[in-house]
Design a binder for this molecule. Structure first.
Ligand code: SF4
Ligand code: FES
Length: 248
């Protein structure tokens, strides 16, 4: 396939940035989207130009690092996949592909397609954990009976990889789907009960301080989430927040 790429180039956080056109030929439909960008970068380096900066690590849908906005959709046109799992067979010969970074006030662009998502880390640090004694007295997790429905829902919530596609897809740049997944994975389990009040209050406070917008139930986040995180988690977080506010 021969393709035309329109890619956001931005030298650093202070640069204004602009879309730049590139042509790339002989792209195999079996390549992943990131492999196609690797080939483009080889081409740029060979020609003495600066390669396009983009984030990636595992390249198998686990780490949540790859974060491209492709033809107006977070992680591109496929469903239930991250950018690194998107394949070029989803495009046609002669296509023009627009590639931009995830855009949100709380995700400032560092360079080209790389954004700073440390706001997510700070939300996690505010309460996305349980305090467990690991000094040799750790209880076997299976010693605590948990009903299957709660265990399954907690597992589903825990599959959130923190990629930020929910924020990038939301007209309000809301992080509610991400935060609610992190709150839910503990709220559904007995291990999460002890710190439940502080967890939800502190995580929501940090989310607001980072400059994410509010949820207005549009649902774009759920559609674009590569892990199928359900809006049900947002309802659960709202209920946890209300309960915690009344107790606090
Ligand atoms: S909720 Fe989905 S889209 Fe949002 S960070 Fe988690 S995996 Fe990514
Ligand atoms: S590079 Fe790890 S999820 Fe895409």
């Amino acid at each position: 396939m021969n393709l035309k790429l329109k890619i956001w180039r931005q030298k650093n956080a202070n640069d204004k940035g602009k879309m730049v056109d590139y042509n790339i030929n002989d792209v195999s439909p079996d390549m992943s989207f990131l492999e196609m960008l690797d080939v483009l970068n080889e081409q740029l380096i060979t020609g003495g130009d600066e390669p396009v900066a983009f984030d990636h690590d595992c390249r198998e849908g686990i780490c949540g690092m790859c974060s491209l906005y492709i033809n107006g959709e977070a992680h591109g046109p496929d469903r239930g996949v991250t950018t690194c799992q998107l394949h070029m067979r989803k495009f046609k010969d002669g296509d023009t592909i627009y590639i931009e970074p995830f855009r949100a006030k709380a995700f400032p662009v560092i360079k080209d397609l790389v954004v700073d998502r440390s706001s997510f880390d700070r939300i996690q640090l505010a309460g996305g954990f349980i305090s467990v004694n690991t000094s040799g007295n750790t209880q076997d997790a299976n010693a605590i009976p948990i009903n299957k429905d709660s265990a399954d829902k907690a597992f589903d919530a825990a599959t959130c990889i923190g990629c930020g596609a929910c924020v990038a897809s939301c007209k309000n740049s809301s992080a509610m789907l991400f935060v609610s997944a992190k709150v839910s994975q503990y709220a559904l389990l007995p291990q999460g009960e002890v710190e439940a009040v502080d967890r939800v209050l502190n995580m929501v406070k940090q989310m607001d301080e980072e400059g994410f917008g509010n949820c207005t139930n549009t649902g774009a986040c759920e559609v674009e989430c590569p892990k199928g995180i359900s809006l049900e988690n947002i309802a659960r977080m709202n209920s946890e927040f209300l309960k915690a506010s009344l107790k606090g």
